[in-house]
Design a protein around this ligand. Structure first.
Ligand SMILES: Cc1ncc(COP(=O)(O)O)c(C=O)c1O
Length: 389
C-alpha cells in the first residue's frame, strides 16, 4: 500500500543520464518569447528550410492510400533497398538491404547502437567537443565516456592521441563527421588513421553522419567504407538535416551482424518501427537528386559566410566550420565561463546561443551559434551584438 509518505525512486539506470542542457535553454527562450521579447535565435539545431514538397506529397498519398497499418518493424523493403543503394553509391559502404534498419531519427539509431555495443563498465572514446546527448547514451548503457580532444588529435597524431586515452576497458569510438558543435570535417586521412587504430585495438566504431550533406570545405568520408571497417562499424544517418525533416523522426542505422540483431531488438521493443506514412515519405526523399541537395547546401554556405564575417568583425574570433551548420567562436573576451557568456548575450543583446561547456571541457570559452536561420536574423543578431556588447 502507498501512503503520502511513500518516496518513489526512479530506476537507478537513469542515475547518470542527464537531461539535455539544450532542451533547458530552449525552454528559457520560449519563456522570453512568451513575455513578448523578440529573441535572435542562434541556439537551434534545425534546418531553416521547409521539408521539400515531394516528401510531403508522398506522405499525403500514403495516407490517402491507407498506408496506415504496421509496417515490417525493420522498415518497408522499398525504403531499405533505396537506402542500401544510396549507401553503396554515395557513401561507398558495401551494404545490402538486410544491413539497413529504418529508425525514428538519428537519436534512436544511436541509442540502439550504444545498447548493442557497450557492456557495463566499458569505455567509449568521444572526440571532444562532442554532441551532448552521446554522453547520456553511453551512461544509459552503463558505460563510461572518455574525452579525446579533437584539437590534440588533429595537431599531433590521431594514433598517439587515441592511444593516450585508451585503456583495457576501451570498447568503442564514437566518430562524428561533420561534427556538431565544431563543424570539423575529418579528412579521409584522419578517418583512415581512426580506422587503423580501431582495427589494431579491436574496437567498434559508432559513426554519426547526420550532417553528411553539409560539407563546405573538404569531402565527407564514411568510416565504414574503409577496407576492413564495415564489420566493426554501426553508422547512424538521419533524414533530419539533409531533407529538413527534423519533426518527422526518420533515420537509418547500418551494420552487419551481430550488431543488426541488437539494433532490431532495441527498435522492436521501444517503438516497434517507424510510422508507415513517414517511411513512404522517406522513400520520396531518397529520390531527390544530389544536385538539389547541393543547391540547399549553397544556401547554408551563404549564411555561414555572413555569420562568420559578423562574428570576426565584432571581435568574437571564429575559424570557418568546414561542415554542419554551427559556428563555435571564442568568447573569452566576454567571459571564460561560457554559461556566463551565453547569459550576457541573451540579457544584453537578446541573442540566444548554446554555452560551449555543454559539449565538454574542450568547448569551454566558446558559444555555439547555428547559421541555419534567416539572413535577416543573422544580420539583426550581429547588429544587436555590435550595439550591446
Ligand atoms: C551530431 C548529431 N547526430 C545526430 C543527431 C540526431 O538527429 P535526429 O534524431 O533528429 O535524427 C543530431 C541532431 O541534432 C546531431 O547533431
Amino acid at each position: 500500500m502507498t501512503t503520502s509518505q511513500t518516496v518513489f525512486r526512479l530506476a537507478s539506470r537513469f542515475d547518470d543520464v542527464g537531461f539535455s542542457d539544450i532542451v533547458k535553454l530552449r525552454n528559457r527562450v520560449m519563456e522570453l518569447r512568451a513575455q513578448g521579447t523578440s529573441v535572435y535565435q542562434f541556439e537551434g539545431g534545425e534546418p531553416f528550410i521547409e521539408t521539400p514538397d515531394v516528401i510531403k506529397q508522398a506522405a499525403k498519398r500514403a495516407l490517402d492510400q491507407n498506408q496506415t497499418r504496421y509496417a515490417p518493424s525493420s522498415g518497408i523493403p522499398e525504403l531499405r533497398e533505396a537506402i542500401a543503394e544510396k549507401l553503396r553509391t554515395r557513401n561507398h559502404i558495401p551494404a545490402e538491404a538486410r544491413d539497413v534498419l529504418v529508425v525514428n531519427g538519428g537519436m534512436q539509431g544511436l541509442f540502439a547502437a550504444f545498447q548493442s555495443v557497450v557492456n557495463p563498465g566499458d569505455e567509449v572514446l568521444l572526440f571532444s567537443p562532442y554532441w551532448t546527448p552521446i554522453k547520456d547514451l553511453v551512461a544509459h548503457s552503463q558505460g563510461r565516456s572518455v574525452m579525446v580532444p579533437t584539437r590534440e588529435a588533429r595537431e599531433t597524431s590521431f594514433e598517439q592521441t587515441l592511444a593516450r586515452y585508451s585503456t583495457e576497458r576501451t570498447k568503442a569510438i564514437y566518430y562524428n563527421t561533420p561534427q556538431n558543435p565544431s563543424g570539423v570535417v575529418f579528412t579521409p586521412e584522419e578517418t583512415k588513421a581512426v580506422a587503423a587504430f580501431a582495427q589494431e585495438r579491436d574496437l567498434i566504431v559508432i559513426a554519426d553522419e547526420a550532417y553528411e550533406d553539409l560539407v563546405y570545405d573538404g569531402e565527407h568520408c564514411s568510416i565504414a567504407s574503409i577496407e576492413g571497417m564495415f564489420d566493426r562499424t554501426i553508422t547512424s544517418f538521419t533524414f533530419s538535416k539533409s531533407f529538413a525533416m527534423t519533426g518527422w523522426r526518420l533515420g537509418y542505422a547500418v551494420a552487419p551482424e551481430p550488431w543488426m540483431t541488437g539494433l532490431r531488438k532495441a527498435l522492436l521493443y521501444s517503438s516497434n518501427g517507424v510510422s508507415t506514412p513517414t517511411q513512404w515519405a522517406g522513400l520520396a526523399a531518397m529520390s531527390i537528386e544530389v544536385a538539389t541537395l547541393e543547391q540547399m547546401k549553397e544556401q547554408y554556405r551563404l549564411r555561414r559566410g555572413l555569420l562568420l564575417a559578423g562574428l570576426n568583425d565584432i571581435g568574437l574570433p571564429c575559424a570557418p566550420p568546414a561542415g554542419a551548420f554551427y559556428a563555435l567562436p571564442d568568447v573569452t573576451r566576454i567571459s571564460k565561463d561560457s554559461r556566463e557568456a551565453a547569459e550576457v548575450l541573451l540579457d544584453r543583446a537578446n541573442v540566444a546561443t548554446v554555452p560551449g561547456i555543454v559539449f565538454g571541457e574542450e568547448g569551454e570559452g566558446h558559444l555555439r551559434f547555428s547559421f541555419s536561420t534567416s539572413i535577416e536574423t543573422i544580420e539583426a543578431g550581429i547588429d544587436s551584438l555590435r550595439r550591446n556588447l
